[in-house]
Design a protein around this ligand. Structure first.
Ligand code: GAL
Length: 840
C-alpha cells in the first residue's frame, strides 16, 4: 500500500472523528425510513405546541414525552404570535421557539419543525397574522405574488434563525425534519391550476432555503421531489407515498380531538390508538407522530374555529395540565418499547404478509442477520380469534394486534392494557379569606360614546382587525306616540341577522337577549320582542367574535358581525328596515381601553364592593386579589358559575370562558373496537363544554395576584374557585396470562423457562398515598375504572392482597394469579383482575 493512501485514510478517520465529535449528523431518507448518519430509524414523535403551555412547563413535558418512548417532538411555528405587526417580531415568553428547540435537544430528542406558515391547528386564523389580509392584492395560499412574498419572508426568517442557532441536525442541532404548508392537497384539488403552481413554488422555495434536512408536505399527494408527502388521520396504514423511494410517514396520528364551545368533549380509547399505530408499523410505516402528545391551552385569544374552546386538551397522552393521562400514556409507552424491540427487523425491508383467517393476518419482518419480528392482527371488531402461527397458537382479542419481537413470544397486545388508569379530580383550594370581589360596570360608560358612524352595517373583522372580540353597533329608533303596541303591549319583534359569532342585544341600556352560533353554523339570527317606548330608543348590538376561522377554502374572506338585514316587525307601518340607517360604531370595550385586566389599569378606576357583585349583571368587570397556594400541583379556575367572557391573572389572559354554553349531543358508551371517528366517543353531554381553566403556576406570585374577569352575560363571581388537579383513584384491569415485556425479557435472558403471571401495578401522584381499596375482583368483573362491578365469577379474597400490600403506600404491585386471591373461582373461564384504589 502506498504511504499516500495510508495518509489519506488517516485524514479521513480524523475528519470522521471530528464530524462525530461535533455531534453533527446527516439526515436523509430512503424507501423505508428517515436515515440518520445512514442508519434507518423507526421514529416515534409527538406534537407539543410551545405557545400552548408555559416555558416553565416545557422541560417536564419534554421529559415525560421522553419517558413515554418518544424520539422526536413536533411543533408548528405560529406566525401570528411571532409577527404581531408587520416586521415586529416576538420570540419571548411562551413564544421563545429557540429555547423550546434547545430544551428538546438537551433532553436528547429530535425536533420536527412544521413552519407552515399556514398551520390550521384550531389556532386563530390558522396562524396567519390578521394584518396579512390587508396587504393590497393579497390572496392566501395560492399562486399570488403578495402572499408568496410574505410567506417566503417569514419562512426564511425562521430557517435563518434556526441556522444561526445551529439547530439543524446537519449543524449538530436537533431538527431532523421540516414541513412547508399544511394539508394543501385538498385545497389544491379545489382551486386547480393556480394551486398546483403554488405547490411547486412552495416546494422550491423551501428546498432552496438549504436546511440540510428533509422537508415534508402532509396530505399532499403531488408533493414535488425531494419533498416527502405524508399522511394525517385516525388511521394511515392504507397510505403510500407518491414515490417508491420515499418512506411511509404519518405526521398526525390523532390521539383524540379538539373541543368546541357547545360541543361534547371527544376522547379516543388507548386500545384503538395503539391498534392504529401497530397497524401502520406492520404495513411498513417508519415514522409516526402523535397529534397531540400534549395539547395544552389556547391562552388569550389564540383559539381559532370559531368556537374552539380554551382547553386544547385533545385527550392527549399528557393532559392539558401536563399530567400523565393514564392508561393512554402508559399503554403507548409499552407499545413503543415493543416496537423498538422489533426495530432491527422492521428497518430491513418490507414484511411478508400471510392470512391467518378471514379477518386475521400475520406481518413478518426478517433481517439478513436473522432478526425476526411479527405482528399478528385481528381486524374483527366483535370476536376473539385463535390463530396458528409458526408452531404455536395465539389468542387475539377483537380489533387488536399482538407484537412478537422474536416471532414467537407476544410482548404486547394493543387491546390488553397493562398500564394503570387514573381518575382525576378537581379539588377546591382554600384561598385565605376566599375571593372578595369588586365590580366595575362596563355598560354605564360604554356604548353611548361611539367612535365613528356609518350608513349601513360594517363587517366586523375589517372593522376591528381582530384587535378585540367586541364591536358595538348602535342606532336610534324613533317610536311615535300613536304606535298600537304601546297600548296593546304586544311589543314589536327585532330581527337581526349576523354572520357570527355571538350577539347581545341591548334596548335602552338593558340586555334584551342573546344569540350565538356554533363551529358548524357560525351565523346567527336574533329574533325577539323588544320593549320599545315612545320617543327615541337606543338599540345597541354587541357583536362578539369567538376566534377566527382556521381552515377551509379562503377562510380569510369569511365574514363576522352584524351584516343584516335588521328589521322591526309589528309597528303601525308593518315592518321597518333598520339596516340602511345611520349606525354608530365602537371597537372593543371600555374596560379594554382602560386595560382593566392589568395591575395599573385596574387601579385607574373606581370599583364597587358588596351586594352589587351578586346582582348578576351583564357586561361587568370583576376583580380580586389572592395569594398563591403552596405546592406545585396544577391549578385551574372553576368558572362553572359564570356565563361567557374572558379571565386574566396578573395581566395575562387565561383565555375565553363560556361554561354557559352546554354541550349538546349524545354521549353513549363507547367500545374501543371498530373504526374510530371524532364523533364516536364523547363525554360531558348536557354539561359545560369547558368548566375549568388552566392557571400556569409560573403566572402566579407568592402574594397579591390580581384576578380579573369580564362577564358578558350575568354570571356569579362568588361561584368562582381555585382548584387543584390531582389523582382521585387509580385502577388496573389485567387479564390472567396477559403478555408483558418483563415476562418476555425474563424468558429471553434465560432467568425463567415458563411464562410468568402478570402483575397489577398501582401508584398515586406525588405526595399522595393509597388510602383505601374501592374495588377489587379477580374473576369476571365488568365496567370501567370508576364504575367496576362484580361479575358472575369472583374470588372471595380479591381485596385481601391489595389491602395488605397497597393501603398506606404510594405504590404497590400484586401478582395476578388465582392463589393470591384464595384460589381459582371459576376454572376454565378466562379471568381478569379489576382493582380501584383511592389516592389521597
Ligand atoms: C389537521 C390539521 C391540524 C389540526 C387537525 C385537527 O387536519 O393539519 O392542524 O387542525 O386537523 O385537530
Amino acid at each position: 500500500m502506498s504511504s499516500k493512501l495510508v495518509m489519506w485514510d488517516v485524514i479521513m478517520v480524523f475528519l470522521f472523528g471530528l464530524w462525530v465529535g461535533s455531534g453533527k449528523a446527516s439526515v436523509s431518507y430512503d424507501s423505508k425510513a428517515i436515515t440518520i448518519n445512514g442508519q434507518r430509524r423507526i421514529l416515534i414523535s409527538g406534537s407539543i405546541h410551545y405557545p400552548r403551555s408555559s416555558p416553565e412547563m416545557w422541560p417536564d413535558l419534554i421529559q415525560k414525552a421522553k419517558e413515554g418512548g418518544l424520539d422526536v417532538i413536533q411543533t408548528y411555528v405560529f406566525w401570528n404570535g411571532h409577527e404581531p405587526s408587520p416586521g415586529q417580531y416576538y420570540f419571548e415568553g411562551n413564544y421563545d421557539l429557540v429555547k423550546f428547540v434547545k430544551l428538546v435537544k438537551q433532553a436528547g430528542l429530535y425536533v420536527h419543525l412544521r413552519i407552515g406558515p399556514y398551520v390550521c391547528a384550531e389556532w386563530n386564523f390558522g396562524g396567519f397574522p390578521v394584518w396579512l389580509k390587508y396587504i393590497p392584492g393579497i390572496n392566501f395560499r395560492t399562486d399570488n405574488g403578495p402572499f408568496k412574498v410574505q410567506m417566503h419572508k417569514f419562512t426564511e426568517k425562521i430557517v435563518n434563525m434556526m441556522k444561526a442557532e445551529r439547530l439543524y441536525e446537519s449543524q449538530g442541532g436537533p431538527i431532523i425534519l421540516s414541513q412547508i404548508e399544511n394539508e394543501y392537497g385538498p385545497m389544491e384539488y379545489e382551486i386547480g391550476a393556480p394551486g398546483q403552481a403554488y405547490t411547486k413554488w412552495a416546494a422550491q422555495m423551501a428546498v432552496g432555503l438549504g436546511t440540510g434536512v428533509p422537508w415534508v408536505m402532509c396530505k399532499q399527494d403531488d408533493a414535488p421531489d425531494p419533498i416527502i408527502n405524508t399522511c394525517n388521520g385516525f388511521y394511515c396504514d392504507y397510505f403510500s407515498p407518491n414515490k417508491a423511494y420515499k418512506p411511509k410517514m404519518w405526521t398526525e396520528a390523532w390521539t383524540g380531538w379538539f373541543t368546541e364551545f357547545g360541543g361534547p368533549v371527544p376522547y379516543r380509547p388507548a386500545e384503538d390508538l395503539a391498534f392504529s399505530v401497530a397497524r401502520f408499523i406492520q404495513k411498513g410505516g417508519s415514522f409516526i407522530n402523535y397529534y397531540m402528545y400534549h395539547g395544552g391551552t389556547n391562552f388569550g385569544r389564540t383559539a381559532g374555529g370559531p368556537f374552539i374552546t380554551t382547553s386544547y386538551d385533545y385527550d392527549a397522552p399528557l393532559d392539558e395540565y401536563g399530567l400523565l393521562r393514564q392508561p393512554k400514556w402508559g399503554h403507548l409507552k409499552d407499545l413503543h418499547r415493543a416496537i423498538k424491540l422489533c426495530e432491527p427487523a422492521l428497518v430491513s425491508g418490507d414484511p411478508s404478509v400471510t392470512p391467518l383467517g378471514n379477518y386475521q393476518e400475520a406481518h413478518v419482518f426478517r433481517s439478513k442477520s436473522g432478526a425476526c419480528a411479527a405482528f399478528l392482527a385481528n381486524y374483527n371488531p366483535r370476536s376473539f380469534a385463535k390463530v396458528a402461527f409458526g408452531d404455536l397458537h395465539y389468542n387475539l382479542p377483537p380489533w387488536s394486534i399482538s407484537i412478537l419481537p422474536d416471532c414467537k413470544n407476544t410482548v404486547y397486545n394493543t387491546a390488553r392494557v397493562g398500564a394503570q388508569s387514573a381518575q382525576m379530580k378537581m379539588v377546591r383550594v382554600p384561598v385565605h379569606g376566599g375571593f372578595s370581589w369588586q365590580a366595575y360596570d362596563e355598560e354605564t360608560s360604554s356604548y353611548d360614546d361611539a367612535k365613528f358612524t356609518a350608513v349601513g352595517l360594517l363587517e366586523q373583522i375589517n372593522t376591528t382587525r381582530d384587535a378585540s372580540d367586541y364591536l358595538w353597533y348602535s342606532t336610534d329608533v324613533k317610536i311615535e306616540a300613536n304606535e298600537e303596541f304601546l297600548k296593546s303591549g304586544k311589543y314589536p319583534v327585532l330581527t337581526v341577522l349576523s354572520a357570527g359569532h355571538a350577539l347581545h342585544v341591548f334596548i335602552n341600556g338593558r340586555l334584551s337577549g342573546t344569540a350565538y352560533g356554533s363551529l358548524e353554523f357560525p351565523k346567527l339570527t336574533f329574533s325577539e320582542n323588544v320593549m320599545l317606548r315612545a320617543g327615541i330608543n337606543k338599540i345597541s348590538l354587541l357583536s362578539v367574535a369567538v376566534g377566527l376561522p382556521n381552515v377551509g377554502p379562503h377562510f380569510e374572506t369569511w365574514n363576522a358581525g352584524v351584516l343584516g338585514p335588521i328589521t322591526l316587525n309589528g309597528l303601525n307601518e308593518g315592518r321597518r328596515d333598520l339596516s340602511w340607517q345611520k349606525w354608530s360604531y365602537k371597537i372593543g370595550l371600555e374596560g379594554e381601553a382602560l386595560s382593566l385586566h392589568s395591575l395599573s389599569g385596574s387601579s385607574s378606576v373606581e370599583w364597587v364592593e358588596g351586594s352589587f357583585v351578586a346582582r348578576r349583571q351583564p357586561l361587568m368587570w370583576y376583580k380580586t386579589m389572592f395569594n398563591a397556594p403552596a405546592g406545585n400541583t396544577p391549578l385551574a379556575l372553576d368558572m362553572g358559575s359564570m356565563g361567557k367572557g374572558q379571565v386574566w391573572i396578573n395581566g395575562q389572559s387565561l383565555g375565553r370562558y363560556w361554561p354557559a354554553y352546554k354541550a349538546s349531543g349524545t354521549c353513549s358508551e363507547c367500545n374501543y373496537a371498530g373504526t374510530y371517528n371524532e364523533k364516536k366517543c364523547l363525554s360531558n353531554c348536557g354539561e359545560a363544554s369547558q368548566r375549568w381553566y388552566h392557571v400556569p403556576h409560573s403566572w402566579l406570585n407568592p402574594t397579591g395576584n390580581l384576578l380579573v374577569v369580564f362577564e358578558e352575560w350575568g354570571g356569579d363571581p362568588n361561584g368562582i374557585f381555585l382548584v387543584r388537579r390531582e389523582i382521585d383513584s387509580v385502577c388496573a384491569n389485567i387479564f390472567e396470562w396477559q403478555p408483558t415485556l418483563m415476562n418476555w425479557q425474563m424468558q429471553a435472558s434465560g432467568k425463567v423457562n415458563k411464562p410468568l403471571r402478570p402483575k397489577a401495578h398501582l401508584w398515586c401522584g406525588p405526595g399522595q398515598k393509597i388510602s383505601s381499596i374501592k374495588f377489587a375482583s379477580f374473576g369476571t368483573p365488568e365496567g370501567v375504572c370508576g364504575s367496576f362491578r362484580e361479575g358472575s365469577c369472583h374470588a372471595h379474597k380479591s381485596y385481601d392482597a391489595f389491602q395488605r400490600s397497597c393501603v398506606g403506600q404510594s405504590s404497590c404491585s400484586v401478582t395476578v394469579a388465582p392463589e393470591i386471591f384464595g384460589g381459582d373461582p371459576c376454572p376454565n373461564v378466562m379471568k381478569k383482575l379489576s382493582v380501584e384504589a383511592v389516592c389521597s
